[in-house]
Design a protein around this ligand. Structure first.
Ligand code: GDP
Ligand code: MG
Length: 163
């Protein structure tokens, strides 16, 4: 099966914007891939001849109830399903408590996620990254601007290298 990339992060960091940029066909996939669950939003894409599957999630904010709770659960399941986790944060908003909670969850799951600092259009990407160092992620952050495509192809090629 093709590598599965999960997009996780608190609401509004740009997960769906990145999903749309990374995928061409959407939603039609699940039937073709036994083992993936229908409730999450899947898409497929290809970079440098390498195909992959992307899962978009609703987001985790840390104080869920009702529908938000279901959304957060989907995010946690997507993390379990994924070969690659892209943990997205908002480079303009800076570090939040919800980001820290997600980082902690990833640590307890033993998932070595990539920290993707989004919305770095029109700001200094390196300055934006510094704010997130205190989460103690193992890998250096990668900055992108999903809405404009800045560094998106490089980033995806990089995380897919081992596959
Ligand atoms: P999600 O809730 O994580 O799925 O976030 P969305 O993809 O819905 O994006 C939330 C908002 O951030 C939208 O208004 C997007 O247009 C905006 N956004 C996403 N990516 C970027 C980016 O690279 N730069 C800027 N400036 N805005 C972005
Ligand atoms: Mg979304």
């Amino acid at each position: 099966m093709n590598p599965v990339i999960a997009l996780v992060g608190r609401p509004n960091v740009g997960k769906s914007t990145l999903f749309n940029r990374l995928t061409r066909s959407r939603d039609a996939l699940v039937a073709d891939f036994a083992g993936l669950t229908r409730d999450r939003k899947y898409g497929e894409g290809k970079v440098g001849g390498k195909p992959y599957i992307v899962i978009d999630t609703g987001g985790i904010s840390g104080d869920e109830a009702g529908i938000d709770m279901a959304m957060a659960e989907q995010s946690l399941l997507a993390i379990e399903e994924a070969d690659i986790v892209l943990f997205m944060v908002d480079g303009r908003a800076g570090l939040t408590a919800a980001d820290q909670m997600i980082a902690q969850h990833l640590r307890t799951q033993g998932k070595d996620a990539w920290l993707i600092v989004n919305k770095t259009d029109g700001i200094d990407p390196e300055m934006a990254e510094i704010d997130f160092y205190e989460m103690g992620m193992e890998r250096a952050p990668i900055s992108i601007a999903a809405a404009h495509g800045r560094n998106v192809t490089n980033m995806i090629q990089h995380v897919l290298e081992p596959f």
